[in-house]
Design a protein around this ligand. Structure first.
Ligand SMILES: N[C@@H](CCC(=O)N[C@@H](CS)C(=O)NCC(=O)O)C(=O)O
Length: 321
């Protein structure tokens, strides 16, 4: 078990609050994992564009979607959220011992390279028209400006290159799923399935461009099985109620025994933690956890009080404030 959760810190799974929105692919990744693990969760619907005052009250600045709230602990980034869900509900596993290393590598690739490929592919005009079809012209402008500010260091891929790359990747998945293999990495589900699934879920929303998947029958079959897994939340909550819930809870004490220092920054130091790719808003706080693969800061919000905000190491940079 990851040392950041000692026995006394294991929370009840019915206390999981996911701050998400319906059309968010990374949220779909976590909804699928929660459904696969049959873990009850409560949904808070958040805005898809800034401003997001209630999200930022919890995170201290991190604006990306989704975030997981457990009491006064806030978990940013789906790579970390997936690990947290595995600690809380280990069975069925998404990091099975026989493929956990490969699965983490494939998931990291899918959440970055594959994701930016499908965004470039799906946002060609006919796909964008379908994806943005529920928006007014003004909402589209706001969305466009928001995502231009959000994109940070995300790669720019021309549509022709994105289409070529997606065809190559789909062919690779097809060979991995040949003969209706149930999961991408063999006989067990893994995080690789969920990270690839949410990217193809985005392609499926791209109107006429969605049919690119249909030329790959094993991928299409696997995708349908993944899609049918996903269940709605067990309850809904307003963001105000989620903030009150965080205010009513005190953060758990954290384990300092497994402290891993690669920065020359001691626990107790004021730091900022910032995504290195998109949505590059720093979160400031006191460093209270530095594990091999996870960092956390303690911060105080006027409305909520004390919070601990957790991040994965990969994809984030920490600096002394
Ligand atoms: N690496 C992040 C990426 C999250 C991400 O980019 N989410 C998109 C939505 S699917 C986002 O935050 N878009 C802007 C927003 O919602 O404010 C993760 O795994 O959680």
């Amino acid at each position: 078990m990851n040392p950041s959760f000692s026995d006394s810190q294991i929370v009840q799974v019915d206390q999981l609050i996911l701050h998400h929105y319906n059309v968010s692919p990374f949220s779909e990744k976590i909804r699928a994992i929660l459904s696969f693990k049959d873990v009850p969760w409560t949904a808070v619907e958040v805005p898809a564009v800034m401003p997001k005052p209630d999200v930022v009250a919890l995170t201290g600045g991190y604006r990306r979607t989704p975030v997981l709230q457990i009491g006064a602990h806030i978990y940013c980034d789906t790579a970390l959220i997936a690990e947290v869900l595995e600690r809380l509900a280990p069975s069925p596993a998404i990091f099975p011992p026989e493929s956990a290393g490969t699965a983490r590598f494939v998931a990291q690739w899918a959440d970055s390279t594959l994701f930016w490929t499908v965004v470039a592919y799906s946002f060609q005009p006919e796909g964008a028209a379908a994806i943005l079809s529920g928006m007014t012209d003004d909402e589209r402008k706001v969305f466009g400006a928001d995502r231009a500010a959000f994109r940070g260091n995300a790669p720019r891929i021309a549509p022709a290159e994105a289409t070529a790359a997606l065809l190559i990747y789909l062919r690779r998945f097809e060979t991995m799923l040949i003969d209706d293999r149930v999961w991408l990495l063999g006989s067990s589900a893994s995080i690789a399935d969920f990270s690839v699934y949410h990217c193809l879920w985005f392609v499926r929303r791209a109107g006429p461009l969605a049919t690119i998947i249909d030329d790959f029958p094993y991928v299409a079959g696997w995708y349908e099985r993944m899609r049918r897994l996903v269940q709605p939340p067990h309850a809904d909550m307003t963001s105000e109620a989620a903030l009150r819930h965080a205010a009513d809870e005190s953060p758990q004490e954290l384990e300092s025994e497994f402290y891993t220092d690669t920065h020359g920054i001691a626990l107790g130091t004021q730091v900022t933690i910032t995504p290195t790719d998109t949505g590059r808003d720093p979160v400031a706080g006191e460093l209270v956890l530095a594990l091999r693969d996870e960092l956390a800061v303690r911060r105080f919000d006027d409305r909520v009080g004390e919070l601990i905000v957790h991040f994965p190491r990969l994809g984030f940079e920490m600096k002394a404030a």
